[in-house]
Ligand binder design. Structure first.
Ligand SMILES: NC(=O)C1=CN([C@@H]2O[C@H](COP(=O)(O)OP(=O)(O)OC[C@H]3O[C@@H](n4cnc5c(N)ncnc54)[C@H](OP(=O)(O)O)[C@@H]3O)[C@@H](O)[C@H]2O)C=CC1
Ligand SMILES: O=C1Nc2ccccc2C1=O
Length: 284
């Protein structure tokens, strides 16, 4: 509960609500110490739109230098320009996370002006298939697992020495409630998002001795371009939230404060966690 309260405080800080009454002196002192991510460097994949863009903006508002990327140069240019105009420290490059040479370019970009990397947030994800799991071609399996599951691990392996240089770091993976509760006709995607939860646990264990924490966020339905294909499904996923939840769909910004929190020193004893951001709780 305390960590969720801190997470909420981070979310509100991002919205510049600095006048929140803090209940205890101890909490207040700790929060002050960890206010800033200044001098930290964050790499965020799939960050020119939607959830990744909101996370990039929030981390940068908290003082981090943020390196954004996505597949399309135009999207990168637009996103960098928008955030720089807001006075934020942001650079970017084209990177399709499934391509080794693109990942190399991203790492080089992140190291251009800085001598290490502190945070990696893996947001890029794809779902090219609406259809049955067993009807999926090998090509579809390779694409979905390649981008959603393999790429975060491969990119992290490239960034690892640069995180170790900094004496530790924080990694955040982006799964989905589809990991817990399969969405019909998205079987391969569901499977990839469940695999990410396993990846989170394994990496958390392997990297703990190096002081690198690995957590994941598990979004529910968030209003972005990604969910356009929901309209092709024979039912409305937002009904779930209407029955169990906070009676609204999520906004990309709903996913941002929790990531800044997980990167911050307030979360320094939290690793291997999967945190749902769905307006309802799909698990015990
Ligand atoms: N929206 C939702 O309801 C939910 C989303 N998620 C997850 O959140 C993540 C982001 O989704 P969301 O923000 O909604 O999607 P958006 O479509 O709004 O944004 C996706 C971003 O990722 C980039 N991108 C796509 N493919 C790649 C790739 N191969 N390499 C690098 N960048 C890429 C896109 O830019 P470009 O086209 O230039 O590459 C864009 O910047 C995904 O992993 C998704 O599975 C999870 C649960 C719910
Ligand atoms: O792709 C997705 N579509 C969704 C709809 C509802 C909840 C999660 C998701 C996804 O991750």
């Amino acid at each position: 509960t305390t960590s969720m309260f801190r997470a909420l405080s981070w979310t509100l800080r991002g919205l510049h609500c600095s006048s929140i009454p803090l209940s205890t002196r101890m909490f207040s002192e700790r929060a002050d110490k960890s206010r800033s991510l200044a001098d930290k460097v964050a790499v965020i994949t799939g960050s020119t739109k939607g959830i990744g863009f909101a996370i990039a903006r929030h981390l940068a508002q908290n003082g981090a230098h943020v390196v954004i990327c996505s597949r399309k140069q135009w999207n990168v240019d637009q996103a960098v320009t928008t955030l720089q105009k807001e006075g934020l420290s942001v650079t970017g490059t084209v990177c399709h996370v499934g391509k080794a040479e693109d990942r190399d370019r991203l790492v080089a970009k992140a190291l251009e002006h800085h001598n290490g990397i502190d945070f990696l947030v893996c947001v890029a994800g794809v779902n090219p298939l609406v259809g049955s799991t067993l009807g999926a071609s090998e090509q579809v399996w390779d694409k979905i697992l390649g981008v959603n599951v393999k790429a975060p691990a491969l990119l992290l392996s490239q960034l690892l020495p640069h995180m170790e240089n900094r004496g530790g770091g924080s990694v955040v993976l982006v799964s989905s409630v589809a990991a817990y509760m399969p969405i019909s006709k998205l079987g391969v995607y569901n499977t990839s998002k469940t695999a990410l939860l396993g990846l989170c646990k394994s990496l958390a264990m392997e990297l703990a001795p190096k002081g690198i924490r690995v957590n994941s966020i598990v979004p529910g339905l968030i209003k972005t371009d990604f969910i356009q294909m929901e309209k092709t499904l024979p039912y409305s996923l937002s009904d779930l939230n209407k029955v169990y939840g906070l009676q609204r769909l999520g906004e990309p910004e709903d996913c941002a404060g929790i990531v800044s929190f997980l990167c911050s020193s307030d979360a320094s004893y939290i690793t291997g966690e999967n945190i749902t951001v769905a307006g309802y709780s799909p698990k015990l």
